[in-house]
Design a protein around this ligand. Structure first.
Ligand SMILES: Cc1cc2nc3c(=O)[nH]c(=O)nc-3n(C[C@H](O)[C@H](O)[C@H](O)COP(=O)(O)OP(=O)(O)OC[C@H]3O[C@@H](n4cnc5c(N)ncnc54)[C@H](O)[C@@H]3O)c2cc1C
Length: 553
């Protein structure tokens, strides 16, 4: 030892990465096989290894070096360009190459989707979001826009290039591009949840070459317009016949820049690798999709899919935060033991593990319902209501969850070199965007009141697990009395109803999956006695089995 060496570095965990995010996640592997089959397992295994290694490393650069808006070139021409760190482009290209934005639509005709592909894509999205949630935004919007585009046969090139193409970020007309990405614009200054208050106007201008394309000129603004370097955007605007849906290209077919300007980029709490802009449409050309006045109904298909990805994203944030906490606690010692051996830390970690797996099983079950929806009306009805339930509950749980996982690392969890601060800033986003918490809960009430098939499908799903546990059966009884009087559930009571539905769905799914988490989840979440924070499981909980299952090794 030299005279000035003050200490050796001891009692620190090894690096988390590289780590195979597929091979080390038993719950995910089981969920894919349970909700679909093994068709895409090799692809998922490949992406899990890539995500936990190269993409994990790149994600730090993509996040630290925020996108920059360039409104003009050096000569004063308007260019409205956003520049990204090269890591962002590599992340996008890896994800698109592996099907994160398209697997659901590949190798299948539009009317006969390949069974199981949605589930596999959901798993890809879950893997990707764990390491880089910012790029998940353009990926999910590109994926979700496809079914809407398919309703306009004249726009087939857009849907084809969104599903089959490679990542091609060049700002050129789509005829010259191999692949395209898509965004969406609904939110305006005066209203986001209340999209019918949109003020952007759409004036029909003329037949646009192909008579089947209805071209309009858009004047107005969008207040949140993420991924503004997408090639096209599905936007809502007021046409003469009412609020309508349009595809607005960034570049026009003749190569000229479309008439919209990026005013500024949002200075966001988190989500730093992803650009979210404010935009002004100054006579921008756009093609109508669906009938005039049917804008909300038309874009809803996209919204439902992005809501599923919000669930998957929040579940993914939980999984990564939990994996980091378990990894740290397995190596760090305090008061003579590894943290993982300290009884109270075991309670915290096990409680987090229950929550994480419950978030995953519900998200993957909804992915199967979405997958089966074109073939099975009951699954379509379940997807309708369970998406709103899951979007509300899982996204709401993420911020508190990530904070608790962060605390397991002590001060190291508050430092940017760990991924935890980034996850913590990201965690509230899925709850806010694409329909905030209250909007989801009111949507559940609406579905139950107006769509009997949705309530029936939900109840059938819950009934499937009846008899597995007395606490579960008791929860079903109290829900039944609420659901049979659903028309009397007041809006002010929507959150508590949706919370109970979500917990019952999660408990039932864990039992049906045969998960070792099921009984502890059921007793802690459906019976009185669990506290308001994580780490309040009963002393007789089977901590060892829960922790073994969740361990990312
Ligand atoms: C990072 C980020 C990226 C985004 N990207 C996009 C994008 O690309 N495209 C896009 O269109 N939008 C985007 N958004 C906007 C987002 O979808 C909206 O912010 C969201 O839908 C809420 O709308 P708002 O902000 O206008 O809030 P408001 O509609 O004003 O709602 C405020 C609050 O009031 C609640 N509320 C509203 N109505 C009721 C009611 N009847 N009863 C009870 N509570 C109610 C809401 O739940 C919410 O909590 C993005 C947002 C963020 C944060």
């Amino acid at each position: 030892m030299t005279a000035f060496q003050t200490h050796t570095v001891d009692n620190q965990p090894p690096e988390f990465a590289p780590r195979d995010l597929w091979a080390t996640d038993a719950a995910l592997r089981e969920a894919v096989l349970r909700e679909s089959d093994d068709t895409h397992v090799a692809r998922l295994a490949g992406y899990g290894a890539l995500a936990g290694d190269e993409l994990y490393r790149l994600s730090f650069d993509a996040h630290r070096d925020k996108p920059r808006l360039r409104t003009h070139d050096r000569f004063g021409h308007r260019i409205d360009t956003v520049e990204f760190h090269p890591a962002y482009h590599r992340l996008m290209s890896a994800a698109i190459e592996h099907g994160v934005a398209s697997l659901s639509w590949q190798g299948a005709s539009w009317s006969q989707p390949q069974p199981g592909a949605h589930v596999a894509r959901a798993a890809l999205s879950y893997l990707h979001h764990q390491v880089e949630p910012g790029t998940s935004c353009p990926l999910t919007m590109t994926h979700a826009a496809v079914p809407v585009l398919r309703h306009a046969p004249a726009l087939a090139e857009w849907a084809d290039k969104a599903t089959a193409g490679p990542y091609d970020p060049r700002d050129i007309p789509i005829a010259d591009k191999a692949g395209v990405t898509l965004g969406m614009g609904m939110t305006e200054k005066q209203g986001g949840s209340d999209v019918r208050a949109n003020t952007t106007t759409a004036t029909p201008h003329s037949a646009d070459g192909a008579a089947s394309l209805h071209a309009y000129s858009l004047v107005g603004h969008k207040w949140f317009f993420s991924a503004p370097m997408s090639d096209g955007f599905l936007v809502l605007a007021q046409a003469p016949g009412g609020l309508s849906c349009f595809l607005l290209p960034r570049r026009l077919p003749d190569g000229t820049k479309n008439a919209f300007q990026l005013m500024r980029l949002k200075d966001k709490l988190g989500d730093w690798s992803n650009a979210s802009s404010e935009v002004e449409f100054t006579g921008a050309s756009a093609w109508r999709i669906g009938d005039e006045g049917r804008g909300v109904a038309t874009i809803l298909e996209m919204v439902m899919l992005t809501r599923l990805d919000c669930m998957l994203g929040s579940a993914a944030e939980m999984r990564m935060a939990l994996a980091q906490a378990l990894h740290h606690a397995s190596h760090r010692r305090a008061f003579g033991k590894h943290l993982l051996e300290q009884p109270l830390m075991r309670n915290v970690l096990a409680d987090l593990a229950l929550e994480s797996e419950a978030a995953l099983v519900l998200s993957m079950r909804v992915a199967r319902a979405v997958d089966a929806a074109p073939r099975d009306p009951r699954e379509a009805a379940l997807a309708r209501v369970a998406t709103a339930i899951g979007k509300y509950w899982i996204c709401k749980r993420a911020p508190a969850f990530v904070n608790e996982a962060q605390e397991c690392l002590g001060g190291a969890g508050y430092v940017e070199e760990s991924i935890l601060p980034r996850l913590y800033r990201q965690a509230p986003l899925n709850s806010i965007w694409e329909g905030s918490g209250n909007i989801q809960c009111l949507d559940v009430l609406r579905a139950l009141a107006r769509e009997p098939a949705a309530g029936d499908a939900l109840w059938t799903e819950l009934e499937t697990a009846r008899g597995v546990h007395s606490a579960y059966d008791h929860a079903l009884e109290s829900l039944r009395s609420l659901l049979t009087t659903e028309s009397h559930v007041e809006p002010s009571q929507a959150r508590i109803l949706v919370e109970r539905l979500a917990l019952a769905l999660q408990a039932g799914l864990l039992f049906r999956a045969g998960s070792p988490m099921a009984a502890a989840f059921c007793t802690s979440r459906l019976q009185a006695g669990h506290g308001l924070v994580f780490g309040t499981l009963m002393h007789d909980t089977g901590f060892a089995a829960i922790l073994d299952r969740a361990m990312p090794s």
